[in-house]
Ligand binder design. Sequence first.
Ligand SMILES: Nc1ncnc2c1ncn2[C@@H]1O[C@H](COP(=O)(O)OP(=O)(O)OP(=O)(O)O)[C@@H](O)[C@H]1O
Length: 765
Amino acid sequence: MTDTQTRQQEQRHLTEVIQQIKQAEQKLQTSIATAKSDMQNIDQTFGDDVHVGLGDDGISMAGALSIHQQQQMLAERNNAWQRSQQQLNVLKKLEDNPYFARIDFRELPAGKEETIYIGLGSFTDQHDHFLVYDWRAPISSIYYDGDLGRITYQTPDGEQAVDVFLKRQFIIKHGQIQTLYDTQETIGDQMLLEVLNEKSSTKMKSIVTTIQQEQNQIIRDTDSDLLFVQGAAGSGKTSAIMQRVAYLLYRYRKKLTSGQVLLFSPNMLFNDYVSQVLPEMGEQNMVQMTYSQYVARRLPHLQLESLQAQFETVLDHQQAQVLHLVIGLTFFQLETQYAKILATGGVFFRDISFRQRVLISKSKIAEIYYSFGPQYKLGNRIDATQNALLKLLNQRINSEMRKKWVQETIQSLSQEQLQALYDHPDQEFKSGAAEEKFLARKIVVAALQPVARKIHRYNFINISASYRQFLKAIPQLVDLKQFAITEQQWQAYVQQFEQQLAQKQISLANISPYLYLYDLITGHHGDLSMKFVFVDEIQDYTPFQLAYLKYNFPRARYTLLGDLNQAILVKDNAPSLLHEIARLFAAEKTRVVQLTHSYRSTKQITEFTKHLLVSGEKIVPFNRPGELPTIQITASSSQLLAAVIQQLKVNKQSSYASAIITRDLVAAQQVQQQLQQQSVPTTLIKSENQRLAAGDLVIPAYLAKGLEFDAVIMWDASAGVFDSQERQLIYTMASRAMHRLSIFALRQLDPIIAQVPAQYSRRIE
Ligand SMILES: Nc1ncnc2c1ncn2[C@@H]1O[C@H](COP(=O)(O)OP(=O)(O)OP(=O)(O)O)[C@@H](O)[C@H]1O
């Protein structure tokens, strides 16, 4: 067959499939219309384009949504009508672009020839014959996993071998074939090149048509309890997460809901950035939050150190040593062991007060708590204490009823309020005294309600005193010398913690051990319903945090993704992180995957950025040609500004949106102001609670994490701006660029950038 004939034939097939899809759509629409009239309310509350946690009035709203709330919202949307609506949405997408690949194969040893088409979702005709296979169906993996010839894939009944003799890829737009390629390779480079050449957008896209073999391993892994993915910048880690969630929702449909999948993301901007990927694939978003949100939500009265402060805090050597202990796995284990000691002492309590009087004193509570024998576990002990306290509270009702305030309250009530207290109108009493007693009891019980609620919520535990006690006990629990810390240094740390707490502040390093102690005392078992937990940018987590996450979601399987070369918050700790995490999981259930290919940037940019690293040689650029990154060193600040303005213009001419990335927030604010004075409009991204805007941005490095831009302008990469520890920060900034990277410095270039061999960049004089 000639190329033209092939194309015509494929177009005919396409048109035929689209026709059938349209018919199916009509049918579904009719049945939805009927169901819809029954379910008006749900329709209004949970419209299909409500993305979880991302209301139109700003992302900050999502900050208030707890995991539980997000889960509920997702569950409620999971009703039959919503599912039909979802199906319809998938059909609408298929109508435009039903499939992106065709595979011809024969099942081995002796099957007959078959042709299948693969698309975003499955579609069958009236006879249940598959016209399009979902990309997540078992058979579809042969598209991603191998070349032509013998390939095996996993079916529910075990491994199946096939002989593949045609692999065809399509680019279809609005029902028309734009391009088709027959390919020998796993996924043709040409198709990938077309996709990667596209312009950036404020929302991440799905990569379903061009998933690479090494990425497919991650997406379809169902065996590991811990899947650890180390991948270079731009290697598709985040993309793989999104595809993996979609895959898991398909693979375990009916057993797994999107409310049982949780993604910890680096910041809220990132949540917004990835918010469209799953809906685009016809799936609901999973629960998403940042680690800070997760922990801070539990301590609303304390102020948690901000992302900016965390990034900008500079520690001296001694402080860093101490911190090293506090964020480590050893500390987690120490605390776990410490819980055993708590059965004999070390838990502190608060007085239970009522109307400015102590009702049950802390010493009384301690006496009750420690009256239970050693056989009581901490969780049981606190519950037994709670019961005893509630009983005591009950006993107080009678004596309280005789108090003056009760009489005064009764007298102050209006007739209406009084009536409301009776069990029913015209309630009879033996005597006036009996009636008075009845009313007094009602008043007292109502007034004690908040006290009972506090007891139910364990408000009688003094967690800060208990935690302080734990910190003070540390020198007895561990040999500080092993951590190169003196006892004095440790005391200084404890003192600093106390001072912060007195001001109602807590650092990110302390909040997790603080909460963990509370959990141990209360016997909190974590969220057993969460089945999959994803953590992106794992290099910015501490081993303690990861151990604590595992404690909180004990039944979940974990996918942890990161790039140890991009550790910008937890400096120094990255190399040992993998080692420490591995200790939390059984070795046979742990899988480590390395992604070495980098797709985001042009070959020239990746070649340049990998030389910023000490051992970046393992990074393999994708062969997408572009310009060399440029470096321009100016003699004065005004020249620097003028050069950047010029670069913005040049980028605009190439239809590139630019991101000016600065080292920190102060620099970003200054740049934006200077640009404003020159009437150059840019959007300053200064907080993670903002949304990404189209057009040119100014953004500090720690907020640019995980994002990408057509053109990156690295602002002020002059000597002295970055310290020698900030190689990874520079790498993160530069590796955000997809098509163009321009570096600007004042007078002298930063030494880390200066040591990149000259052939990888172009100097502009
Ligand atoms: N298989 C693929 N097909 C098409 N595009 C891809 C593929 N893999 C990755 N990309 C593209 O490469 C870019 C980088 O991907 P992604 O953001 O997932 O990488 P990452 O590893 O999370 O990067 P970083 O660690 O630097 O944030 C994105 O634009 C993504 O769409």
